[in-house]
Design a protein around this ligand. Structure first.
Ligand code: TEU
Length: 582
């Protein structure tokens, strides 16, 4: 049945060929011998669409997105052709870090709706053949979680060891850096029991103590609860940090510049993951993706080497952190990173491919060009990159419209605890606040968290109330309704390339080879599988560029181009993206 459906869709694409610039069809003689591919699974072939629930669609007019809002847009999600939705946390939370501070793992955040809404959402997705990936945040909980309330109440409380405490009579604990703390101090003194507790993130996010087997059992129980509901995937938040050396040895000066190295991969990390896998994950047909395997390919491989029975895939941060939001990053270095990581995972293991998520500024502003004349074309070019690399594409809501950074010019507009506390830190330490605000226009997480732009009406059709965060003023032109009507829109390009990827396993499993590696403007590579070969050329610059792949294109078939006129020879227009079948 599945095979027939694949064949039918293959034929439809071969015959109908509805690409914008599709000059020729994908020839049936090149049909990939997909059944002979070892290790095939749905999550390698999937395109995963990430929804930030606070900002997707508000159904009840309180200015905050909700589950009913998502339910009302299920047909839109289906129309994208994506296979799975990853939802950022929707559990009960006081929302200091927008849901990444969970106060009850078994309840739905009331602003988002009820458990019944959740069940309807899951059912609605499944009815449309779309899977659901939940965010699992267990490096820390909220300080309002009952475990923490108990833990802090007395030194002898049974939940005391659910968290990391340092009794003050031992003196001050060895310094640990906190990502979101105003003073960057990860130890918070609590008078109640004269002790410090550890929080790698905000004060309101105390770190859970994975060294305690009772805590681990509670986490496994919680995972079973969601998996029993039929959830298909789990995104394991900040997972490289869960295991700690509880003697808290001192780190060398400057350790905070490489947190992953010192905090990541603590003792027993992989024992815990293997235990979790044995107790829970192996008993369900579930996909798992580890966030933050961000030290080295060797460390990342430990999470996903199939022989180790840990997670399905991981995402690395070396690509996303590259250049740290500098206006002009060096493309040669960018290519080197992606090529190196691909080579390390060529024979086993699997990676995610992404250029944006809720912790990042908008893809087009960060990696492309959001000036009006380049926004569309560079969005499409970046989308082409994500959809033609080896690895599972994770695609962030709104990028399919070409949504860009909002670039707030005052701190009062920000909602993100990391930006607000960093600003306060800057202020307290006499930093340059103007520069801070300028930098944040490029780098702040809130740039990527503004409401989805559904139409050109009030509040972009996101809410009838007052939105929890400002809406990007470009919504009059950049919105779903307008882009639906334009066959040349970023949105319709996204749909086409999703289809192209899904109908051509060479783009999923094919060997990746970098070409013209020293070209500072163009990223060119081939993907090859079972006699099929595709060439992808991407001009990452705002000016014309040439590429030298050494491939004679006379017999090549142009499959997709983000310009309406095909490239002439080896010349590419600004941000041009072309896919050929060779
Ligand atoms: O992020 C974990 C993580 O590694 C962050 O330090 C990330 O590098 C940082 O947010 C960049 O500014 C996860 C979530 O994705 C993030 O939204 C949460 O705030 C964080 O965990 C705490 O739960």
């Amino acid at each position: 049945m599945l095979k027939n459906m694949r064949l039918i869709s293959y034929l439809i694409i071969s015959i109908g060929c509805s690409f914008i610039s599709c000059k020729y069809s994908v020839s049936a003689r090149h049909a990939d011998k997909i059944d002979s591919i070892p290790g095939r699974t749905w999550w390698k072939e999937a395109v995963i669409y990430q929804i930030y629930p606070r900002s997707f669609k508000d159904n009840d007019g309180d200015g905050v997105g909700d589950l009913k809002g998502i339910i009302s847009k299920l047909d839109y999600i289906k129309s994208l052709g994506v296979d799975a939705v990853w939802l950022n946390p929707i559990y009960q939370s006081p929302n200091y870090d927008n849901g990444y501070d969970v106060s009850d793992y078994y309840k739905i955040q009331p602003q988002y709706g009820t458990m019944q809404d959740f069940d309807s959402l899951l059912q609605g997705l499944h009815e449309r053949g779309i899977k659901l990936v939940m965010d699992i945040v267990v490096n820390h909980s909220s300080s309002q979680h009952d475990w923490f309330k108990q833990s802090r109440s007395s030194r002898t409380n049974p939940y005391r060891n659910y968290y990391h405490w340092w009794n003050a009579e031992k003196g001050k604990p060895t310094p640990r850096y906190s990502f979101f703390d105003v003073n960057n101090d990860a130890w918070k003194y609590d008078t109640l029991t004269n002790a410090y507790y550890l929080h790698y993130f905000a004060q309101q996010q105390p770190d859970l103590n994975w060294e305690n087997s009772a805590l681990r059992e509670d986490i496994y129980k919680m995972l079973r609860f969601w998996l029993d509901k039929g959830v298909d995937g789990l995104r394991m938040d900040a997972f490289q940090f869960i295991a700690k050396d509880t003697t808290f040895p001192p780190f060398p000066a400057g350790y905070e510049k490489n947190i992953a190295k010192y905090y990541g991969n603590g003792p027993h990390l992989h024992d815990y993951i293997q235990e979790m896998s044995k107790e829970v994950l192996s008993k369900y047909p579930v996909m798992t993706v580890a966030e933050g395997a961000d030290t080295s390919p060797e460390d990342a491989m430990k999470f996903v080497d199939p022989a180790r029975h840990e997670f399905s895939m991981a995402y690395h941060f070396e690509g996303i952190d590259y250049g740290k939001y500098k206006p002009n990053y060096d493309l040669i270095g960018f290519k080197k990173i992606y090529s190196y990581w691909d080579s390390c995972f060529e024979n086993k293991g699997w990676l995610a491919i992404f250029l944006a998520n809720h912790d990042q500024p908008r893809m087009v502003s960060h990696w492309g060009n959001d000036a009006p004349q380049f926004r569309n074309v560079s969005s499409k070019m970046l989308t082409t990159f994500v959809m033609t690399m080896r690895g599972t594409p994770y695609y962030y809501y709104g990028d399919e419209l070409g949504m860009d950074n909002i670039k707030f010019d005052k701190i009062e507009d920000y909602r993100d605890i990391s930006t607000i506390n960093a600003y306060q830190h800057e202020k307290n330490t006499g930093g340059d606040l103007e520069k801070f605000i300028e930098d944040k226009k490029r780098s702040a997480r809130d740039n990527g968290r503004t409401p989805f732009q559904w139409d050109g009406n009030d509040n972009a059709g996101f809410t009838t109330g007052t939105p929890w965060i400002k809406i990007n003023s470009d919504y009059k032109t950049v919105n779903e309704a307008a882009e639906e009507k334009d066959s040349n829109s970023v949105l319709n390009y996204f749909r086409k390339i999703v289809k192209l990827r899904k109908n051509n396993p060479v783009l999923v499993y094919g060997k990746y080879t970098l070409l013209d590696k020293d070209n500072p403007n163009v990223y060119a590579y081939t993907r090859e599988l079972n006699g099929r070969k595709m060439l992808i050329v991407l001009n990452f610059k705002n000016k014309p560029a040439t590429v030298n792949t050494g491939i004679n294109l006379a017999k090549a078939t142009l499959l997709l181009d983000n310009y309406s006129t095909p490239p002439e020879g080896n010349s590419l227009q600004p941000y041009e993206a072309v896919i050929y079948e060779l």
